[in-house]
Unconditional design. Structure first.
Length: 410
């Protein structure tokens, strides 16, 4: 599908993504050799939705792209519609937001790893949860660099290698989280719907092999970032993960829509299937008045899948739906400057939602792992109770003093 219908895709749609960053050094070669086409290509395209870009289209196309790109449909109006100047409010909000993610995400996930690793015998759910926690910890390791970057007014003070590592850890979390949440949903589905055969697929050895496959897939989709220069000099500043040139791909709409389907809607579809099947199973058990000894266990499995599904939808769906609506609009007409600015802001917000998953995952651990829940309550419940008790005592003393004062005045 060509963009000759008047569609226009501003650079910040692709900035910092695998699509934008690696086209210079990887994508055109693979396209030429026809080694990366169709659905496999689409899977890469929305893998790295980094959108905090500071520049519009640039004239410097990759040499190999000249025969594949129709540049006449991409007016370069950088001087007319400049949206790349981050405001003070943007810098402050992003800095504070990622500081909060760093504290909550690091604590919650490290605590989960510690508690789960103390178990003498881990089941399949425990292994998936601990891998999910490791993925989130990798993400938090990348946050200090990004926070520094925002505080310094989008100026990267470190090396290009560290920028690459930051990008790698960011997007390893994006892939790993979705895949591992899908594994957890399938694991719960097997435990409830196929309980008689569950012992074949839910033992620790099987879960370890699946986890290795998940990390392998995530690595294949992110490791190219380690071999790409991700910093660029813009004026007196050094940007990180924010490229300023983008190739105009004739089949871009299909590739982006295909990437959304494979990278998001596929896993969500699997989770929905698991949730519906478990719900139907529970309803059938209730109607048949079966033995209720495992009813609580089955309800817990249903709750875990519901939490996983909600986490994925809340964190990842805003970005993907945002991309889809913009792609469709781009096929119908050329976006105005106001629409492009609004789209950039919406992408900044939706990427923040995506990154929130590292703080939501500990909630899943709480309901999915009995050991995590038990230790969490053992440590924090007395402190919370003491806090409420202290607050109530202070309030009672205040009321008593007020009553004494009233009696004296009387």
């Amino acid at each position: 599908m060509a963009l000759s219908v008047g569609g226009r895709y501003p650079e910040f749609l692709l900035e910092g993504t695998y699509l934008e960053a690696s086209f210079h050094h990887f994508f055109w070669v693979t396209l030429e050799s026809k080694r990366l086409t169709g659905p496999s290509t689409a899977g890469f395209l929305v893998s790295f939705p980094w959108v905090f870009e500071q520049n519009f289209f640039s004239d410097d196309l990759h040499p190999m792209a000249s025969s594949l790109v129709n540049t006449s449909n991409f007016p370069l109006n950088d001087s007319l519609c400049s949206i790349h100047q981050p405001s003070l409010a943007t810098r402050v909000v992003l800095s504070v937001f990622y500081m909060v993610l760093l504290v909550i995400g690091a604590f919650g996930n490290i605590f989960a790893i510690y508690i789960t690793s103390q178990k003498k015998k881990m089941n399949s759910t425990d292994l998936y949860l601990i891998n999910l926690a490791v993925s989130d910890v990798l993400f938090t390791l990348a946050l200090p660099g990004r926070i520094t970057y925002y505080i310094l007014d989008f100026n990267w003070p470190f090396s290009d290698w560290f920028c690459r590592m930051t990008a790698f850890m960011f997007y390893m979390n994006t892939y790993g989280s979705v895949y591992l949440m899908t594994c957890i949903s399938i694991d719960r589905y097997i435990a409830v719907v196929h309980a008689n055969q569950s012992h074949k697929f839910r033992h620790a050895g099987w879960a370890k092999n699946i986890s290795v496959v998940v990390w392998g897939l995530a690595s294949l989709q992110t490791i190219p970032l380690l071999f790409l220069p991700l910093t660029k000099k813009i004026g007196d500043k050094l940007s990180c993960m924010e490229y300023t040139s983008v190739e105009r791909i004739l089949s871009l709409p299909l590739l982006l829509l295909g990437g959304c389907a494979l990278g998001f809607f596929g896993p969500v579809g699997i989770m929905l299937f698991c949730y519906v099947k478990i719900t139907l199973k529970l309803c059938r058990i209730a109607q048949e008045n079966s033995v209720r000894s495992k009813k609580g266990h089955r309800k817990k499995a249903c709750l875990v899948i519901l939490l996983v599904l909600m986490a994925v939808i809340i964190c990842f769906s805003p970005y993907h739906f945002n991309i889809i609506q913009f792609v469709i609009k781009g096929l119908l007409y050329q976006s105005t400057c106001t629409e492009q600015k609004a789209f950039k802001v919406s992408l900044q917000v939706t990427v923040c939602f995506m990154n929130m998953n590292c703080c939501i995952d500990p909630i899943i651990y709480f309901f999915a792992s009995q050991a995590y829940k038990k230790q969490f309550l053992r440590i924090f419940k007395p402190r919370i109770s003491a806090s409420f008790s202290s607050t109530g005592k202070t309030s009672s003393e205040t009321n008593s003093n007020n009553q004494e004062g009233d009696s004296v005045l009387a």
